[in-house]
Design a protein around this ligand. Structure first.
Ligand SMILES: [Zn+2]
Ligand SMILES: [Zn+2]
Length: 287
């Protein structure tokens, strides 16, 4: 009998349901928001990642919050966020790698009461995390349920908003995916509130700004309506800090203003509100 393995896509880091042979294709990477690696579709396993020297990296980010990344970088390269509350811990945005050091870092801080993500690119090895914590609930938005490649009995579907623990709330914003979400942590940033945003709202290189895209690698924008919907969805939640999907994607303070400033700039350029002289040159603008 051939043993089955839950293969992990090398390009997006998402884990598929266990099969004896690797799947022929990755549903996530075949989608227009992602891409198949330039060497063709490739799969790996957790055991192989260990052989290749990948290991977890745990960093304290602020009181009650740690990040767990992968060294050397694997797949999309995001790091997870783990927020502690008196009711237990919540893991958000999962890389395609897990090891005993990562599990230990969470376990020594308490129970894991939920595994969630900003969107399907960051489901990673969510099921492995759930299994390591007695079947901790995996919270998947109903609108994106089709994208979880490894089904599991611990999956709980949600929509609109979902309070995982007091003051730790998933907010469905849509945009990048219909179920794209942020996690609002009311106690974050010394009580001013923090948002975990992944690709729902992406912190860009100029960290006074964020952006909003249907696809980041393929640079497909979103319509004005989607941007305004995201702002509407965030309106009830105070926040001053944003943790994006990567170690350096952080706006330490003034994040609410940054989101509004960025939305306004995006809409101005996308809808023809920008001054034509700034892209056509002054010679070409006369009637
Ligand atoms: Zn993939
Ligand atoms: Zn994405």
């Amino acid at each position: 009998m051939t043993e089955s393995t839950a293969w992990i896509c090398r390009t997006c880091g998402n884990q598929a349901a266990a099969t004896p042979q690797p799947p022929s294709n990755c549903r996530i990477c075949d989608d227009e928001r992602q891409y198949v690696g330039h060497q063709g579709q490739q799969w790996t396993t957790l055991a192989q990642l260990v052989i290749e020297g990948h290991h977890s990296e745990v960093r304290e980010l602020e009181p009650g919050l740690i990040g767990i990344g992968v060294q050397p970088r694997f797949a999309i390269g995001q790091r997870a966020l783990v927020v502690s509350t008196p009711a237990g811990q919540v893991l958000f945005d999962v890389p395609g790698h897990i090891d005993s050091a990562a599990v230990r870092a969470v376990r020594e801080r308490g129970d894991l009461i939920g595994v969630a993500a900003s969107h399907p690119h960051f489901y990673g090895v969510a099921v492995e995390w759930s299994h390591a914590f007695d079947g901790a609930p995996i919270l998947i938005p109903e609108a994106d349920a089709e994208w979880l490649m490894r089904p599991d009995p611990a999956v709980r579907l949600w929509s609109d908003t979902y309070e995982i623990a007091p003051g730790v709330t998933l907010v469905q914003c849509g945009g990048h995916f219909p179920g794209s979400a942020v996690l609002h942590w009311a106690a974050g940033a010394d009580g001013r509130g923090a948002l975990f945003t992944g690709d729902t709202i992406t912190v860009v290189q100029d960290r006074r700004y964020v952006t909003f895209m249907r696809s980041y690698p393929n640079q497909i924008p979103l319509p004005e309506r989607a941007i305004r919907h995201i702002l509407d969805r965030l309106a009830p939640y105070p926040f001053d800090r944003i943790y994006g999907g990567w170690w350096d994607s952080v706006i330490p303070s003034g994040a609410r203003e940054a989101v509004h400033r960025s939305a306004e700039r995006y809409i101005r350029w996308a809808t023809g509100g920008a001054d034509p002289e700034t892209y056509l040159g002054s010679d070409t603008t006369s009637a």
